[in-house]
Each structure stands twice: as C-alpha cells, then as structure tokens.
Design a protein around this ligand. Structure first.
Ligand SMILES: NC(=O)c1ccc[n+]([C@@H]2O[C@H](COP(=O)([O-])OP(=O)(O)OC[C@H]3O[C@@H](n4cnc5c(N)ncnc54)[C@H](O)[C@@H]3O)[C@@H](O)[C@H]2O)c1
Length: 273
C-alpha cells in the first residue's frame, strides 16, 4: 500500500456508515487524517432496500479511532442544505479545518424510465446531484476562505460514463457528477483545490447486498442479457471498496497535485469495450 502523509489533515465523508464510505474513512485515518463521518441514518420510502444506520455510523467512527485518529460522527442527509451547512460548521468547530471532501453517498433503486415514479426519480437525483453540489458548496467555501487549497473527490460510476438499463435517474445523476466535477475543477483551480471523480464498476458493498436481496436475481439476469459481462478483468466478479479507497487516497495526495477535473474509471476494463 502506498504511504501518504495526511498528518494534521481532516477528511469529511458523506455516506460513511458502511461500504465504500467506511473504507475511505479507515484509509484516510491510516494515512494520519482525522475524519468526519456522516450518513443519513434512515431509510427512504421510494427505495426498497435499507440505508446505513446510526449504529453503523458510530462503528465507523470507532474504526477511525482504532487507527489512532480522531473521529466525529454526524447524521446528515446530503439533500438538505441546512443539515449540510451545520455539519460543516460542526466539523470546523471540532477540528478547525477540512482538507478532503469525499462525496460518496449514493443509492440506486431500479426502474425502467417509462415506469419510474417521481418520488424515486427525486430521491436519486437529489442525493446524487444536489448532495454533491451542497457538500462541495459548503466545504468549497471553507477552502476559499482558508486559502490553503483542498481536495474534492466524488464517486460517480461506470453509469456516469455509459448507459445502464434500469437506472435512468442514476445514470443521469452519475453523468451529472462528472459534469459538476469538471466545472468545479475550473472554478476552484485558482484556490489550489483539485476536484476529481472516481467511476467504480459493480462493487461488493452492504448496499449492493441489500439491493440484490430487494430485487432478486431475475432483475440482474435481465440486465446481464442486455449488457453481457461487465468487466474485462475477472468477468463476473465484483471489485471491493478498497479498490476505490486507493484511488481516493491518491487523488487526495500530493502525488496527484496536477490531476484535476478527471473521471477515473476503476472498472476492471468495463468501459473500455
Ligand atoms: N456498489 C456498487 O456497485 C457501486 C458502483 C458504482 C458506484 N457506486 C457508488 O458508490 C457510492 C458508495 O456506495 P456503496 O457501494 O458503498 O453503497 P452503500 O449503500 O453500502 O453505502 C452508501 C451509503 O450512502 C448513504 N446515503 C444514501 N443516501 C444518502 C443521503 N441522501 N444522505 C446521506 N447519506 C446517504 C447510505 O445510508 C449508505 O450508508 C455511491 O455513490 C454509489 O452510487 C456503487
């Protein structure tokens, strides 16, 4: 594992109760950062599988402390500006600074676009687009005020680069994350802030397990018939959270100081076909 020096730095992560967000928290802490872990802490009516819980969020905070770093756990829905603003304020009161914003929160209920209802569209678009904007807005303001640079990494998806049947809202939202990343990279460059996105292929996380239980194997078989095997490396396998955390660590480090505005596929070759 590469060594990065994140001592005296602070990471702020959305969707950190479990899965990739939890893994990012552990990785930032291992490299010396203190970590603010946030998650919504409740389910959504329009999404038929469970979100992360408050207990899981506390467990993530404990894992950061087990790495010898300080943690702050905050319940925050990325769709709500007052919650995002007060979480950023609380983080700054506690640690005095934020250096890394990890826009990780996301969800992926499935419907064909001709059958999707408005509530499902709204929760996906608001979480993926408004959520990334609001967190970037409030942490970005802090980066500008402090005048000492910063890093924003957002999780898009292979569905942010190509179409994905059954997920029109998700595909639109994740393409939007790539567009926002490029625009934020241009707007924040003069403040020495790097802004990048990571695009994972199918990944084994608690959200993915819950999703598969909720929809059953038929849905996935149907999609598989349309798309064929996704990955070129290890077809049929899912990647792991640590594969994305490693990309996050590199993009948050000085090793990537001249990398900004990119959407980095970590996709086992899925989008190179
Ligand atoms: N798992 C995959 O196959 C895959 C592939 C590509 C991209 N992604 C993306 O990776 C990111 C992490 O997903 P994961 O696989 O770890 O899933 P996960 O469901 O295990 O974790 C996602 C977390 O986000 C939280 N969340 C959802 N909506 C929220 C909201 N409005 N406000 C605050 N928190 C919210 C959930 O409670 C959950 O704890 C997501 O953006 C997802 O879209 C996942």
């Amino acid at each position: 594992m590469p060594e990065y020096d994140f001592n005296d730095k602070v990471a702020f992560i959305s969707g950190a109760a479990r899965g990739q967000g939890r893994s990012h928290a552990q990785h930032y802490a291992r490299h010396g950062a203190d970590v603010v872990v946030t998650d919504v802490g409740h389910n959504f009516e329009a999404v038929p599988y469970d979100m992360g819980t408050s207990d899981e969020l506390e467990e993530t905070a404990q894992m950061v402390e087990d790495e010898g770093q300080q943690a702050l756990a905050i319940e925050m829905d990325v769709r709500e500006e007052d919650q995002v603003e007060s979480a950023v304020e609380e983080a700054l009161d506690e640690f005095g600074r934020i250096d890394f914003l990890a826009n990780n929160a996301g969800l992926w209920p499935m419907s064909d676009m001709t059958e999707m209802d408005e509530a499902e569209w709204d929760v996906v678009i608001d979480t993926l687009l408004k959520g990334v904007w609001l967190c970037s807005k409030h942490v970005g303001k802090h980066f500008i005020d402090r005048g000492d640079g910063g890093k924003i990494v957002s999780t898009s998806s292979t569905a942010g680069l190509v179409g994905a049947p059954g997920t029109g809202h998700y595909t639109a939202g994740k393409h939007g994350v790539v567009g926002m990343t490029k625009t934020l990279a241009l707007e924040l460059a003069e403040y020495d802030v790097n802004v990048n996105a990571v695009c994972p292929t199918a990944l084994d996380s608690p959200g993915m397990t819950n999703f598969m239980e909720a929809y059953g194997p038929e849905m996935l078989e149907e999609i598989g018939e349309l798309t064929g095997p996704m990955n070129v490396l290890e077809p049929g396998e899912m990647i792991e959270s640590r594969d994305i955390s490693e990309a996050y660590m590199w993009l948050s480090s000085d090793a990537a100081r001249y990398v900004t505005g990119i959407a980095l596929p970590v996709d086992a070759g899925a989008t190179s076909k």
